[in-house]
Design a protein around this ligand. Structure first.
Ligand SMILES: Nc1nc2c(ncn2[C@@H]2O[C@H](COP(=O)(O)OP(=O)(O)OP(=O)(O)O)[C@@H](O)[C@H]2O)c(=O)[nH]1
Ligand SMILES: [Mg+2]
Length: 364
């Protein structure tokens, strides 16, 4: 057993704490950044071997390394991901989105518990670029997944807490790969359904699930059409008790809305299902659809192709980030960027002339 840092299922959550690596334990938190230092001091090969052996405290420390802003930590994290690359890609990656309060955490907790009971190892990650979470609310997040937080076949990691959406997503991707190397065969990535984060998460998973509330009449208006375009399935959550009839109506409205949209794949029509994350209703059937999707798209080669396309898109988005970062720190343009930006803001320099000058300074 290498899972000593996790509380046993009977632990009283009131005593649970979270260390700098975001790992749950029943002992007081360690020094801030101690985990980064620990991972920094361990050679890449040793980190890799421990992760491959399923050592979850090393996994948590390696993720902290991935999330570190220090260039030397980032370089080491990249080296680690590269070493582990052949052992990644094995998990079924599923993104889950929905408006705040739709029941993402509740559903993931129950679905995850069902999956670990069926023999899976489940990692739950999050992408929330707006997050300014402190240790306290990380704990809050974990306790909202009470079952998974104490399930030794589950691993919960909150969103990296700062940076651009692209930056947060890049870290989540690398974290996903580390989790795969550590033997997790289902990765659930939660993102809140606001802004651009859904599109970003859809770009890193095999299946994208959108949770909706009963009462589509009002809700359809507020839904960005874009989210329906990227959905592989819609699940109307909270379809329990008094909500059942409204949930059925909502489901038929979503079916109609999906019907008039161009299909993403000729081998898959996004289904609309009714679930209750709270009451554990419909979750097995819902997961059955996720597996059917995989079987069908594997048969046509679309499954592997989607991943290939994602890998290349990821390379480009990282390259863009890196190039922009280099540009902002480039000594040749540093002294002009400020003035040019102000000139453009004040309407004294046209944007295209400013770009010409910057490009000229860079020799491109
Ligand atoms: N009746 C009912 N209530 C539910 C269901 N799922 C979640 N809830 C309740 O809805 C509220 C919000 O649930 P969360 O799981 O925290 O929702 P979330 O989407 O993760 O919310 P954010 O993380 O804030 O975006 C809680 O009070 C849940 O108990 C469900 O299936 N049925
Ligand atoms: Mg939540």
């Amino acid at each position: 057993m290498t899972r000593s840092s996790f509380a046993p299922p009977t632990a009283d959550l009131a005593h649970v704490s979270v260390d700098a690596a975001g790992d749950v334990s029943t002992t007081p938190p360690s020094r801030p950044h101690a985990a980064v230092h620990a991972a920094r001091d361990v050679p890449v090969e040793e980190l890799a071997a421990k992760i491959l052996a399923g050592d979850r405290s090393t996994l948590a420390r390696a993720i902290t390394l991935v999330e570190s802003k220090k260039p030397e930590h980032q370089a080491k994290a990249r080296a680690l991901v590269q070493v582990l690359l052949p052992t990644t890609g094995r998990a079924h990656r599923v993104g889950i989105t929905g408006v705040p309060g739709v029941g993402k955490s509740t559903t993931i907790d129950q679905l995850g518990a069902n999956l670990t009971a069926a023999g899976h190892k489940v990692a739950v990650l999050a992408v929330d670029p707006s997050s300014t979470r402190t240790g306290g609310s990380i704990l809050g997040d974990k306790t909202r997944m009470e079952r998974l937080a104490v399930d030794r076949n589950a691993f919960i990691r909150p969103s990296p807490s700062s940076g651009t959406l692209g930056g947060v997503a890049a870290k989540t991707r690398e974290t996903m790969m580390l989790c795969e190397a550590a033997g997790f065969d289902v990765i659930l990535v939660e993102t809140v359904g606001v802004g651009q984060s859904e599109t970003t998460v859809a770009g890193m998973v095999d299946f994208f699930l959108v949770l909706m509330l009963p009462g589509a009449g009002d809700e359809l208006q507020g839904i960005k059409k874009g989210v329906l375009e990227i959905a592989d399935m819609i699940a109307v959550n909270k379809s329990d008790g008094d909500n059942a009839a409204r949930a059925r109506m909502a489901a038929s409205e979503y079916r109609a809305a999906l019907n008039i949209m161009a299909a993403k794949s000729s081998s898959w029509t996004p289904p609309v299902v009714l679930i209750s994350g709270l009451a554990n209703q419909g979750l097995d059937a819902m997961w059955g659809e996720v597996e059917t999707h995989r079987t069908k798209l594997e048969a046509t080669g679309e499954f592997a192709e989607r991943r290939r396309v994602q890998q290349v898109a990821w390379m480009w988005s990282m390259l863009e980030e890196r190039v922009m970062q280099a540009l902002r720190h480039d000594a040749r343009v540093a002294h002009r960027l400020h003035d040019l930006e102000h000139g453009v803001r004040d309407g004294k320099v046209s944007a295209s002339i400013a770009v010409d000058e910057i490009a000229g300074l860079l020799g491109i």
